[in-house]
Design a protein around this ligand. Structure first.
Ligand SMILES: Cc1cc2nc3c(=O)[nH]c(=O)nc-3n(C[C@H](O)[C@H](O)[C@H](O)COP(=O)(O)OP(=O)(O)OC[C@H]3O[C@@H](n4cnc5c(N)ncnc54)[C@H](O)[C@@H]3O)c2cc1C
Length: 284
């Protein structure tokens, strides 16, 4: 299919992008990697009158360390995140998750900001952002806003982001004791079930855990009951086995689609929760 006609503009800075969005009067859309937006435009599910390309804004991409925290620019491609030596050293789970997104073409064009804004229910980054308790830094006409990942993903393709705002990047405290495990669709590699887990382990005890789930529901969410079942317990395979057993039991809405039934997804949540937790513990 061919999209409806549109104007193309290239933004030179965040403020320029915001000004161009304002000038488009609600008819504009930001274009990053185009790997989610362009298919929607071809299907005419999205018909922006103006495309504002933010892919070449200087400084919008890159993985940096700032006072012990990691900052990733919204324009960072999945391939850049996957190959970041900083992430590999300090937070390998996130590099692993980025490296499992799609195929090389998708990873070379698709961006962190685009993935978070689009919020596909099967996207990988949202689970990782939840497990890292990341902050999403948003800029709009009224200035800057910081949204916790836990408050950002709200519903199907719905996030805490106004149409006149943009994501500039994310920040989080890196966690080495973390892993991502996913059951992927064979063709696209989107998650049928994806689980990101971070553990805080000291003297053989799991002090706390954060577990993010994607693919299974309308949007990524934390598996709080699993987190509670792990806190204060010995850091062992037995603890993980017991905590993961009922993973996903309380989730009301589970997706059924051409890739997997609700029952199958429900059955896979404990399996991939256990794998993610075991992978995280192996890094302790
Ligand atoms: C074949 C295929 C396989 C894929 N497999 C996977 C997979 O396995 N796992 C996975 O997670 N994803 C997968 N994806 C999705 C891919 O990761 C996309 O790149 C991503 O969802 C969107 O990023 P983008 O940069 O391409 O965004 P775009 O398509 O350019 O934009 C998507 C949306 O986000 C908005 N947007 C973009 N950047 C910003 C910003 N900085 N601030 C605010 N809004 C913004 C746009 O306006 C648009 O509404 C796949 C895509 C394809 C085509």
């Amino acid at each position: 299919m061919i999209p409806t006609s549109f104007d193309y503009q290239r933004a030179s800075s965040l403020d320029d992008a915001l000004a161009k969005m304002a000038a488009a009067g609600g008819e504009g859309k930001l274009l990053a990697g185009g790997h989610s937006l362009v298919p929607l435009m071809k299907l005419r599910l999205s018909e922006p009158k103006v495309l504002i390309d933010i892919a070449r804004i200087p400084g919008l991409s890159g993985v940096r360390e700032k006072a012990g925290r990691i900052e990733i620019g919204a324009g960072t491609t999945h391939a850049e995140a996957a190959s970041s030596s900083l992430l590999r050293e300090k937070c390998p789970m996130l590099a692993d998750a980025a490296g499992e997104i799609g195929d090389p073409q998708v990873r070379n064009r698709g961006t962190l900001g685009g993935s978070l804004a689009h919020a596909d229910p099967s996207a990988d980054y949202p689970a990782a952002m939840l497990a890292l308790d990341a902050e999403i830094h948003v800029k709009g006409p009224k200035g800057w806003r910081v949204v916790k990942a836990g408050d950002f993903f709200r519903d199907l393709f719905t996030v805490d982001l106004a149409t006149d705002e943009l994501i500039a990047g994310v920040q989080f405290t890196p966690v080495k004791t973390a892993a991502y495990a996913k059951l992927r669709q064979r063709a696209s590699h989107f998650a049928i079930v994806g689980v990101a887990a971070t553990l805080d382990v000291a003297q053989g005890t799991i002090r706390s855990a954060r577990v993010g789930l994607t693919g299974a529901s309308t949007h990524a969410l934390r598996l709080s009951s699993v987190e509670r079942a792990l806190a204060g317990k010995p850091a062992s395979a037995k603890t993980i086995e017991e905590a993961a057993r009922e993973a996903g039991a309380g989730i009301e809405t589970i997706n059924s689609d051409i890739h997997a039934s609700e029952d199958y997804r429900r059955a896979m949540i404990p399996v991939f929760t256990r794998r993610a937790l075991a992978g995280a513990l192996a890094r302790a």
